[in-house]
Write a protein that binds this ligand. Structure first.
Ligand SMILES: NC(=O)c1ccc[n+]([C@@H]2O[C@H](COP(=O)([O-])OP(=O)(O)OC[C@H]3O[C@@H](n4cnc5c(N)ncnc54)[C@H](O)[C@@H]3O)[C@@H](O)[C@H]2O)c1
Length: 253
């Protein structure tokens, strides 16, 4: 167990990759706060964490609202007294060629994929700096490294997350706060099925992707959680400002 007595905040911990991260960090000994818009799913994750013998707090939070984020982070400090690890996981996408998209969609994508991470990082930072150690992990996407047709604004946000994280890594190194990015490739979650156009179409998309992936499978949430757990632990104390793709070799950069 690499994270005994650590407190981790995970955004979007009610499902998919976020839930897998919560469970993996709990397995490593951490107590978990889940900031999740879907209250029922957030509570479910918290219960699973408690069933593992760890402390858990589920806070119904829309992380695109700075006020809600500030309030939720204050509640985490009240309950646990500290934040050791922040995992900025929330993200969302709707695939369409850029020419066919609207300002309304751009704003929604930027709010969910970029502003949420900025709000959460800002809210947690003062407390983490006081502690003089910590780990911040951003879940970006390989789309943010190499682009992807039909994901122009999503990819722009995910690319921005990577450069935001690098700047944070430089600014926060003196406070012993490490900042790194994990880029999942296609990973089997609700979002994957939604952006692939539903279960049937996703099956066909998966077959094509598997052929293109050197390790010959689609990612599972636990694959991403394993990388997050390394970056959240002291095993990565000398690693900062890095971007790690977890995509079976689909992209190698
Ligand atoms: N699944 C993939 O193939 C894939 C690939 C690359 C990157 N990613 C990234 O991984 C991260 C997790 O994706 P996932 O596939 O697990 O998605 P998901 O949709 O399965 O889960 C996202 C979770 O975030 C919550 N959420 C959404 N909006 C929120 C908001 N405004 N406030 C609080 N909670 C909110 C949802 O309720 C859900 O529980 C995202 O950043 C995504 O962009 C996923």
């Amino acid at each position: 167990m690499r994270m005994t007595e650590k407190v981790a905040v995970v955004t979007g911990g009610g499902g998919g990759i976020g839930r897998a991260v919560c469970l993996r960090l709990a397995e490593e000994g951490a107590d978990i706060a889940v900031l999740e818009i879907n209250s029922k799913n957030g509570q479910e994750t918290a219960q699973l964490v408690k069933d593992m013998g760890r402390e858990a707090l589920a806070l119904e939070t829309d992380v695109t609202s700075k006020a809600q984020v500030d309030d939720a982070v204050a509640q985490v400090f009240d309950r646990f007294g500290k934040i050791d690890v922040l995992v900025n996981n929330v993200g969302w996408d709707k695939q369409a060629l850029f020419i066919d998209t609207t300002e309304e969609l751009w704003e929604k994508l930027i709010a969910i994929n970029l502003m949420s991470a900025i709000y959460c990082t800002h809210a947690a930072l003062a407390g983490m700096i006081d502690q003089a150690e910590g780990k911040i992990i951003f879940i970006s996407s390989d789309a943010g490294r190499v682009g992807n047709s039909g994901e122009a604004i999503y990819a722009a946000c995910k690319g921005a997350i990577i450069s935001f994280a690098k700047t944070m890594a430089r600014e926060l190194a003196r406070h012993k706060i490490n900042v790194n990015v994990v880029c999942p490739g296609p990973t089997e979650t609700a979002l994957y099925y939604e952006t692939s156009g539903g279960t049937e179409r996703a099956k066909k998309v998966s077959e094509t992707l598997i052929r293109a992936t050197p390790l010959r499978r689609i990612g599972q949430p636990a694959d991403i959680a394993a990388a997050v757990s390394y970056l959240a632990s002291s095993d990565s104390d000398f690693v900062t400002g890095q971007t790690m793709s977890v995509s079976g070799g689909l992209t190698m950069i």
